[in-house]
Design a protein around this ligand. Structure first.
Ligand code: E4P
Length: 225
């Protein structure tokens, strides 16, 4: 599982980048707009924090294939490094995806809700597809099941496309897509932190500290060797 952070909040990105094994950042127009920031500067700031080797995914706002391609080239030139253009599935998106393949710009096809949307995206040349797990769960449509079907369909056809599941609201959903063999998950900092937490971990560490302190007081290992 490759963990990606789904935010444009610089403080959250700094924390996730320093303390967790994330391999990139995804954004969408809602995520960016929530920050009420200078769009261009925010993308540069995110790239500056995560470096050139981690994925930065930025979503197009254009509705015409040729304009999507222009935006993708301009964004790629702006942020550099490991860049993906996020393109919503649809006729313009699929056409843009086929055009972007020739430009050698990776496409993350987004707003995916069915395995057939995902397969079409893959056939059009998308490198990644983003099914929205919690939005499917909210309408009783089994988000994890859709992810599992996408992973199985990609394996059946040997397509060169990976599933980047999105729209998570809890740890259970992330674990369930991992069990389904999903390749990537994009999640909030809150969920990332929750993945690392367990009350019994805290109890175990408290016990180690208490036992150590009873014998060695406040001495550290480096004090003793
Ligand atoms: C990421 O690619 C998606 O845009 C995002 O995860 C959607 O999440 P939401 O359903 O919480 O808005």
């Amino acid at each position: 599982m490759i963990y990606i952070l789904d935010t444009a909040d610089l403080e959250a990105i700094k924390i996730a980048n320093e303390f967790y094994p994330i391999e990139g950042v995804t954004t969408n127009p809602s995520i960016i707009a929530r920050e009420k920031c200078d769009f261009k500067q925010r993308l540069l700031d995110i790239r500056n924090i995560i470096g050139k080797d981690k994925m930065l995914c930025v979503q197009t706002t254009s509705k015409v294939a040729e304009d999507i391609v222009k935006e993708a080239i301009a964004l790629r030139d702006l942020v550099g490094g490991e860049f993906y253009i996020k393109v919503p599935i649809g006729e313009a998106g699929l056409k843009a995806c086929m055009m972007l393949k020739k430009e050698n710009i990776g496409v993350l096809m987004t707003a995916i809700f069915t395995p057939q949307q995902a397969l079409l995206a893959a056939k059009a040349g998308a490198k990644l597809v983003a099914p929205y797990v919690n939005r499917l769960d909210m309408v009783n449509a089994d988000g994890v099941g859709v992810v599992a079907d996408i992973v199985a369909t990609f394996e059946n056809y040997g397509v060169d496309c990976k599933c980047l599941a999105a729209s998570f609201k809890n740890v259970q959903q992330v674990n369930d897509v991992a069990l389904a063999g999903c390749h990537y998950s994009t999640i909030s900092l809150d969920i990332l932190k929750a993945l690392a937490k367990h009350p019994l971990t805290d109890v175990a560490v408290d016990g180690f500290d208490k036992d150590w302190n009873n014998v060695y007081g406040d001495k550290t290992i480096l004090d003793l060797i």
